[in-house]
Ligand binder design. Structure first.
Ligand code: ZN
Length: 83
């Protein structure tokens, strides 16, 4: 494979499973253990298009069709100038 990182030009990647956060307006979806190729130099992560489409479809199923999720967490939100 002749992949090159589009940010730093590095050619070495490692395969990892990471947490992906999909965000649309004020709605978030965290997906654990999403496979990606991570640039060994700058850490930029590259995901498969089909995996991102799957996450997007799941996001829609949750927020539009009321699909039940495995787990929900509460996320505190602050303004930086107020902390
Ligand atoms: Zn890079």
């Amino acid at each position: 494979m002749n992949k090159v990182c589009s940010f730093c030009g590095n050619k070495n990647f490692r395969v990892r499973n990471v947490q992906y956060i999909y965000r649309h307006d004020d709605h978030l979806l965290m997906v654990n253990n999403v496979p990606c190729e991570e640039c060994e130099y700058c850490g930029e992560q590259y995901f498969r298009g089909t995996d991102l489409e799957k996450i997007e479809a799941n996001f829609k199923a949750i927020y539009s069709s009321g699909k039940k999720v495995k787990k929900e967490i509460a996320v505190p939100v602050e303004e930086f100038t107020e902390i």
